[in-house]
Each structure stands twice: as C-alpha cells, then as structure tokens.
Design a protein around this ligand. Structure first.
Ligand code: HEC
Length: 186
C-alpha cells in the first residue's frame, strides 16, 4: 500500500473508530476534547508508555500536587518591574501588570511542563490561556535550579503585555507567549 493510501485508510478507520466511541460526533461538527481514556481503549500499549512520562504531565490543572514553583509571596524583579507569586487560599496567584499597565492578581489556571522548567498559564477572556514570561527552574538547587527566571532575560517584556499583543508575530514562539485556540479549557 502506498503511504498515501495507508494514511487514508488510517484516517478513515480513525474516523469510524471515534464515531463509534463518541456517539453523535460527526465530521461536520466542530472538534471537541474527548480525553485520553478514549484513546487507550484501542491503543493500550501507547497509553501505558505515555502514563508517567513527561508528556502525560505536560499540562495539568494548577494545584498543590502539580505546582512546583515557590508561591510564598516571592518577588521577581525584571527591568524594574516586580512580579509576585503568592497564594490565596488554595489558589496559586500571580500579581503582575495587566493589559492596562496596572498591577492585578491573576489565578494560575494550569501548569505547563515539569522539568527542567515549569511554566504557568493564566486564563484570558475567550478561552485563551496566556503563558507567563517568568518561569520556574525546576532543576535541583545544586544544578542552579529552584528559582524563578525570565524567559526573555534581555527584554523588558515580562508577562501580560505580550499577551495583549497576541496578534503579533511573537505569538508563534512556542511555549512562551500565546497558547490560543489549540487548547480548550477543560
Ligand atoms: C476504536 C479504536 C481506536 C480508538 C478509540 C482510537 N484509535 Fe487511534 N487508531 C486506531 C486504528 C485501527 C489505527 C490505524 C493503525 C494503523 O494504521 O496501523 C489508529 C491510528 C492512530 C494514529 C496513527 C498512527 C500512525 O502510525 O500513523 C494515531 C496518531 C492515533 N491512532 C491516535 C489516536 C488518538 C489520539 C486517539 C484518541 C483521541 C485514538 N487514536 C483513538 C484505532 C483507534
């Protein structure tokens, strides 16, 4: 079988397969999130090696179990602007400049990655998730880790300001600026 024919067969099978496991899902309906369990039914071996891997931990709801960074009122100064990582009850928060240039408290919605760094996503209007410009170095202290660091050390831009420029070319830089549309709030 040629690779194209094989791919066509694969796609057809996949479409049939998904149709049977998500009743009512049709090709002309917008795609929606189904969750990994749907896949593991047919791809048990892949699911097994995925479990416990860094990929499985790539994006998790922020909680005491998933957040690695220091949120004990930790201040990070970058180009004279201060970002503070803090707690509010069970929530993990960041105090940083908003689109209006003033300081606001934003709740951390998701963690992004685990090692050697962990980034944090805050929820934006319209289902968008914004990655902060300051990330946590999750390596051991002896290896220079266990500290916050700016993803763009030589740029003034830190966090939200870049988010407001989501239409600009910077949004294509993976992992650091906008993470729009591809990720739906779960
Ligand atoms: C009902 C069974 C079934 C379910 C459920 C299922 N798949 Fe598959 N999947 C298949 C079959 C059959 C193939 C074709 C295998 C081949 O071409 O050798 C396939 C192929 C694939 C391929 C292509 C592999 C390649 O070599 O090109 C990917 C990627 C994939 N599946 C991912 C997923 C994901 C992600 C999910 C869950 C959202 C999922 N599958 C759910 C049966 C299933």
């Amino acid at each position: 079988m040629t690779i194209f024919l094989r791919r066509a067969v694969t796609i057809t099978l996949l479409a049939l397969a998904l149709d049977s496991v998500t009743p009512g899902a049709r090709a002309d309906e917008p795609a929606s999130y189904v969750g990994g369990e749907v896949c593991s039914g047919c791809h048990a071996r892949e699911a097994e090696s995925w479990k416990g891997s860094h990929h499985a931990l790539a994006m998790q709801k922020a909680s005491a179990a998933t957040v690695l960074g220091d949120f004990s009122d930790t201040r990070v100064e970058h180009f004279g602007a201060v970002t503070t990582f803090l707690r509010s009850g069970d929530k993990f928060m960041v105090r940083t400049d908003g689109p209006d240039g003033a300081l606001h408290d934003y709740e951390i919605a998701y963690t992004f990655g685990v090692y050697p760094l962990q980034q944090y996503l805050i929820a934006m209007p319209g289902g968008r998730l914004q990655a902060l410009g300051i990330a946590w170095d999750s390596r051991p202290k002896e290896g220079g880790g266990q500290r916050w660091f700016p993803l763009y050390p030589s740029t003034r831009t830190r966090t939200y300001r870049r988010a407001t420029g989501c239409t600009g070319p910077s949004m294509t830089r993976p992992g650091t600026t906008c993470a729009p549309t591809a990720i739906r709030p779960i």
